[in-house]
Design a protein around this ligand. Sequence first.
Ligand code: ADP
Ligand code: MG
Length: 464
Amino acid sequence: MGNPLNDTMAGTSSVIAVGTEPIIRAERIEKYYAQPSQNRIQVISATDLLIVPGEILALLGPSGSGKSTMLRMLSGLSKPSAGQVYWHGRPIAESAINVSIVFQSFALFPWLTVLENVEAPLKARGMAADERRERSLRMLDTVGLDGFEAAYPKELSGGMRQRVGFARALVVEPEVLFMDEPFSALDVLTAENLRSELLELWSKKTMPTKAVFLVTHNIEEAVLLADRIIVLGRNPGHIRTDFRVQLSHPRDRKSEPFTQLVDYIYKVLTRPEVAPLAAPDQTTGRTPRDQRQMHYQMLPHARPGGVAGLLELLIDKGGKDDIYRLADDLAFEIDDLLPIVDAAQLLGFLTVYEGDVAITATGTEFANSEILRQKELFRQAALKNILLLRQIRRALETKNDHTVPEEFFLDMLDEQFSSDESLRQVETAVSWGRYAELFDFDAARRRFILPEETEIVAPVEGAE
Ligand code: ADP
Ligand code: MG
């Protein structure tokens, strides 16, 4: 990634080392289906999504929410009705892509033997007979099908058939492996075995695959396997939440962090009317700092003044209220209130639980303080909780001239958001940073600046 500060910011590699280039980047993709009689129906609303190397990404969602539709667009099988999918930065339709897909229904050729089924994609790619035979045999061995080369699919159990499905997908050494509910048609034990075997292949790097995209409606399966989980809501399909799973492997289904995460996702899935809640803390199994992907929170587009107003109102109501009643009392549309609630939650000033918002101790102190103290509390909360603000502040402190171009942060944000959204993110960061007196922004030069007189604020080492 080209950034203008490499030379001047040596020694701040944790700020600069952003996640690697995405393999697949979807920008504002949508899908409509034409209806024979009436209007088209929208199945996916404008969605941004990244598939990055080193990650198992699970896409969860209720049936009909558009998971398979997303998979088809991301894997190049179907074209979005609007927006664009990029493969290593180029439109996917114009790229030579290297992906495979494992389907729930196995989708084997019944008239071909196990070996011939696995060889089929290599044959399609024009590989010489000897080489493809050798590679296929090796792959069959890897997935535990040694000795079944000459069998036909109908002679195999479901679990064995799906092993063939995996072998056929992996034999081409795909850069991204897509799977659409690959374990759903199997009995519980077989599914569990195959999951652990897949995880073993992945973690031992037996397969050269760089990223896995798993569609599932099974919450535990997602928490068991994924490094990152995206939950889709329906009508039309949209991302409700997107978070990292930081539990170390092997994951214990009975452990507290595991069950908490399952509960959380269950709530997100079953209470579509409630704002996405923050994922619970997963204290165990953190990856070392330099291996962690930077992952920006999406800053809600709310003003600090709005956050202050909401907290003061909550204090009047005894510190807790139902989010809908609150919107009603304020004569706010719920959609207008949610960004403010999200912002306050992100800053640690309130918590949201099953539709109730409750003010925290810091939130209470904030609401009861005069303006200067409020700014100080906001500043501390922002540095502790918000990666982008922490990065801007730290970059400004590190640079000799205490200024950094906006473009530098846009570059990093663009890795994760659409370019419009990146601009909005910077805009919000500017409004929050100014309020907290963390930095200023020179709109004419498009540069962040550290006002001369500001003292260095202490708590920069915050939680991620
Ligand atoms: P999921 O995989 O999450 O169950 P799908 O992506 O299969 O969901 O489908 C999402 C929605 O799109 C469903 O309501 C489905 O009926 C609709 N849909 C899928 N394919 C088509 C199609 N070819 N024509 C019309 N509607 C479709
Ligand atoms: Mg599906």
